[in-house]
Design a protein around this ligand. Structure first.
Ligand SMILES: C[S@@+](CC[C@H](N)C(=O)[O-])C[C@H]1O[C@@H](n2cnc3c(N)ncnc32)[C@H](O)[C@@H]1O
Length: 244
């Protein structure tokens, strides 16, 4: 199944077990916290880790994601009743309703074609109030992070709430024009196995700058690492902060 890691109820549990709070979330929280009591939209909110934390910090949060199984997991978490959850993508966003928009854990790379990406940026610009901020992460293709997406380097094992353990590995099928196609294989301790395929676009700094500007947003900063290092210095990331 395509992107089953967000759409299959069991794999959603695996996602939550594997990806807890991290320095990525600290970075995005610091950007959002710059404006107290902000109206925030988390596009591609997944199972709601950051959306719930932003809500607990006093922000008014809307979480949007096309993956119903991920939203079901988010809605079942403590504090979920204080977040507005919407199943869909950027096209469902209301006009001029948010002070801050976030896309975290590389949601931006899920918009693979230029058309999808430009539409998402246009929708986010439309959804922000004048002066509102957009922040997101995207992996720098020069770091070639997908080179570590092989069964030996990517192997991870976690325990699930039902007592089973699961081992996940990633393998790259193809890299074409900065689109990386991959498969994640899951094997469970009771013999079950599942797989998920997907594609992610790795945009260059120039592509990010020109597409963000074309959507009518002004780039304030692009960092290269989670501690606000310059581009190229550290984590192989582009951490973008732009203003409507
Ligand atoms: C790696 S997960 C990140 C989830 C969450 N932001 C986090 O930090 O855990 C990527 C998310 O992007 C969502 N996504 C994929 N395509 C999307 C689209 N077109 N619009 C909005 N979200 C999308 C997926 O459903 C998934 O929940």
């Amino acid at each position: 199944m395509r992107h089953a890691e967000f759409n299959h109820p069991v794999l959603v549990q695996v996602y939550d077990a594997m990806f807890g709070w991290s320095r990525d979330d600290d970075f995005f929280m610091s950007v959002v916290d710059a404006l107290p009591c902000a109206r925030v939209v988390d596009l591609g909110c997944g199972t709601g880790r950051l959306a719930l934390a932003m809500s607990a910090a006093g922000h008014s949060v809307t979480g949007v994601d096309p993956a119903g199984a991920s939203l079901d997991a988010a809605r079942a978490k403590p504090g979920a009743e204080r977040v507005a959850w919407i199943e869909g993508s950027s096209d469902v966003l209301p006009d001029a309703a948010f002070d801050v928009a976030v896309m975290t854990s590389h949601v931006a790379q899920f918009f693979v074609t230029d058309e999808q990406w430009n539409q998402a940026l246009a929708d986010l610009k439309r959804a922000l109030v004048p002066g509102g901020r957009l922040t997101f992460d995207s992996r720098d293709p020069r770091a070639r992070g997908w080179k570590q997406w092989n069964p030996a380097d990517s192997r991870r094992q976690v325990c699930l709430p039902d007592g089973r353990s699961v081992t996940a590995t990633i393998d790259v099928d193809a890299v074409t024009d900065h689109v990386v196609s991959f498969i994640i294989r899951y094997s469970f301790s009771d013999g079950q196995s599942l797989a998920s395929t997907g594609d992610l676009r790795f945009r260059t700094e120039a592509e990010l700058r020109s597409s963000v500007a074309a959507a009518g947003l002004r780039i304030e900063q692009i960092y290269g690492g989670w501690n606000r290092e310059p581009i190229g210095a550290n984590d192989g990331e582009f951490l973008v902060i732009a203003r409507a």
